[in-house]
Design a binder for this molecule. Structure first.
Ligand code: AMP
Length: 196
């Protein structure tokens, strides 16, 4: 299996690049943000609880997102692999994911980080807010809060994968196709190594 963690702050372009990677490598896209928004739209109890945290730019509890990911992995046992987008966002989530994949006889192949500075992120998210309909994209203070959550709680996840020798970084500013080519370069060299 090819299991990729696509890493980066909100607005780094993870969603856009995930879509292209799914098409090229035939992977299943697992975005915890999308899964949570579906729960909210369906009016479930989980969605209701998550909404107030999301509306305040805060992370939802680890066990909630790990539980959602666990059931998606179970539903897609025979997939070619997964792209994890917006997950894991904390070290306990990364540990939970390792455990889930181990139980399914697989593991994370690599984490690739999209690097974008905070000012560019705020600009992109405010712009996205004009069309995304997402309340958390429409308020500059909330955007800064999300970026701050990322900087404090999520950046250590990169060290976690670096410790396993699985971390790569790509410049997330530039043409979409150029960034995609950089991502593919890392993935293809990994696939080459797997073949050997
Ligand atoms: P995203 O679509 O990835 O930007 O996520 C939107 C919001 O959903 C975040 O600001 C968090 O409140 C929540 N969220 C998404 N993924 C996670 C996660 N892995 N852990 C905790 N909260 C999450």
């Amino acid at each position: 299996m090819l299991n990729i963690v696509l890493f980066g702050p909100p607005g780094a372009g993870k969603g856009t690049q995930s879509q292209k990677l799914i098409d090229k490598y035939n992977l299943i896209h697992l975005s915890t943000g999308d899964l949570l928004r579906s729960e909210i739209a369906a009016g479930t109890e989980l969605g209701l609880k998550a909404k107030s945290l999301m509306d305040n730019g805060l992370l939802v509890p680890d066990e909630v997102v790990i539980g959602m990911i666990a059931s998606k992995i179970q539903e897609n046992k025979h997939a070619n692999g997964f792209i994890f987008d917006g997950f894991p966002r904390t070290v306990p989530q990364a540990q939970g994911l390792d455990k889930l994949l181990f139980e399914n006889n697989t593991e994370i192949s690599c984490m690739i980080a999209l690097k974008v500075d905070d000012e560019e992120l705020t600009k992109r998210l405010l712009l996205r807010g004009q069309t995304s309909g997402r309340p958390d994209d429409q308020n500059e203070e909330l955007i800064r809060k999300r970026v701050q959550e990322y900087n404090t709680k999520t950046t250590p996840v990169a060290d976690y994968y670096a410790g396993q020798g699985k971390f790569y970084a790509v410049d997330g500013i530039g043409e979409i196709d150029e960034i995609f080519a950089q991502l593919c370069k890392h993935i293809d060299s990994l696939l080459e190594k797997q073949k050997k």
